[in-house]
Unconditional design. Structure first.
Length: 116
């Protein structure tokens, strides 16, 4: 009987140890699942942050390109109006010089007609 009690005692100890190991294993598996979910959430959150940053950079670049385009367009319009102004000034100067030359020719022609 003593042997039987000893055997039951040993089996009870083995069963308790086995249950403890199973419980510890289940707890560790649960913690690992929790960590995996947490990592997946942070991974997805990281991707969404990354996507948001890429979108923000894209919008920033679009605004910068629009600003540069407007600035370039403004400078081109300014240069165009400056060229038109200079062209008109040059035409006006040439026109005045031609008028002066015509007046000189008329004066010399009328003086020669009077002399001769």
């Amino acid at each position: 009987m003593e042997t039987l009690s000893f055997a039951f005692g040993m089996l009870a100890m083995i069963a308790i140890i086995l249950v403890a190991v199973v419980v510890i294993g289940i707890v560790k598996v649960y913690k690992q699942q929790t960590q995996i979910r947490s990592l997946e959430d942070s991974h997805l959150h990281g991707y969404s942050d990354f996507d948001r940053r890429i979108d923000n950079m894209g919008m920033s670049l679009d605004r910068r390109f629009d600003d540069l385009y407007r600035e370039l367009e403004s400078k081109i319009e300014h240069m165009d109006s400056e060229m038109d102004s200079r062209f008109n000034d040059t035409n006006s100067y040439i026109d005045s010089r031609i008028d002066k030359l015509q007046n000189n020719i008329k004066e010399k022609g009328s003086k020669e007609l009077l002399k001769g």
